[in-house]
Design a binder for this molecule. Structure first.
Ligand SMILES: [Zn+2]
Length: 323
């Protein structure tokens, strides 16, 4: 497959990773700088496309200086180990909570295998190669990745995952959003929340969306799935509304059922309502299933409400006056 690359802002170029063999579905980004960097790698199955895209953009094996990932989910960072071998001079930057799992992916692979099964693991992601610990730099709120001519400011943005950062580019004001705003693929007027287990948290997710909104007002947001969106306020409003909307459907359902299939059915109805809002054409919702399946989202939201209820119960019992 020919590499597909396109400039999204000054010095920022998207590279199609062809995740799952699909075009315009998942992206990595090259940042032009004294020390060239990419944000996101895609899974190992995408490595050849990323390498070919970088080659077309003039970045060879000894040129890439930094690999930065928004979080360690395999569709974003599964290919880091492979690319670290191809680009031996690159430093790897990742949220401090994700760093140990890039060095030793055993647990990461085990939990992904529980969710996806062996067959999909192999076909979608491929093997996950470890990254030598000495090449990994942990990221936390307020850190900067200095590239020479531009920097990336780190925003700790939990909600979708506890190990999630957004990255603000100093030159263009653009913000790499990872999965913090959800999934927004071109030509489909739908924003789907991304609320997977085990970390998803509604309140943290909304707070992270608002932080990204405040930061990106003068620029654009760059989705990993997929590409640039310029009307930042509209997309952030939509992200908050969808996240809260899906969470509310599950909260209400949990008052009468624990049955996951039933909850999935209710969320599928919600997804169809989302699609009808403002959409003129029939939309193939199957388009989203590989990136953000309704079942996965349902599992994440159920887990969130249960953890929250347990936490509140514990706080209540802690507050009981002694008698
Ligand atoms: Zn993710």
């Amino acid at each position: 497959m020919e590499p597909v690359t396109f400039e999204v802002a000054a010095g920022l170029t998207a590279i199609d990773t062809f995740y799952g063999g699909r075009e315009r579905y998942t992206a990595a980004y090259l940042l032009a700088a004294d020390e060239p960097a990419i944000v996101e790698t895609g899974p190992t199955t995408s490595a050849e496309h990323v390498v070919a895209g970088l080659d077309r953009l003039g970045i060879g094996p000894s040129d890439l200086a930094h690999i930065v990932v928004t979080h360690i989910h395999l569709d974003h960072a599964g290919g880091v180990g492979r690319l670290a071998r191809v680009f031996p001079r690159a430093t790897i930057w990742v949220h401090e909570r994700g760093a140990p799992h890039l060095h030793d992916p055993t647990k990461l692979v085990a939990s992904a295998t529980r969710l996806y099964g062996e067959t999909q693991m192999a076909s979608l992601f491929g093997p996950v190669e470890p990254v030598p610990a000495e090449r990994i730099r942990p990221l936390a709120e307020g850190d900067q990745v200095v590239l020479g001519g531009r920097t990336l400011d780190v925003l700790d943005t939990p909600g979708h995952a506890s190990h999630h950062v957004a990255l603000a580019d100093s030159v263009t004001g653009s913000v790499f959003t990872g999965d913090a705003l959800g999934i927004h693929v071109p030509d489909v007027p739908v924003l789907r929340p991304a609320t997977p287990p085990p970390d998803f948290d509604v309140e943290l997710a909304v707070r992270s969306i608002e932080r990204i909104r405040a930061r990106a007002r003068s620029g654009i947001v760059l989705f990993s799935h997929f590409g640039p969106v310029t009307d930042v306020d509209r997309i952030c409003d939509l992200a908050v509304r969808r996240t809260r909307g899906w969470a509310e459907v599950v909260r209400v359902a949990l008052q009468r059922t624990d049955d996951l299939d039933e909850i999935v059915t209710l969320l599928e109805e919600e997804a169809r309502r989302d699609a009808e809002t403002g959409a003129e054409a029939q939309i193939d919702l199957a388009h989203f299933e590989m990136l953000s399946s309704v079942r996965m989202n349902a599992m994440g939201i159920v887990r969130y409400w249960k953890k929250r209820a347990e936490r509140e119960a514990a706080e209540d019992s802690g507050r009981q006056p002694e008698s």
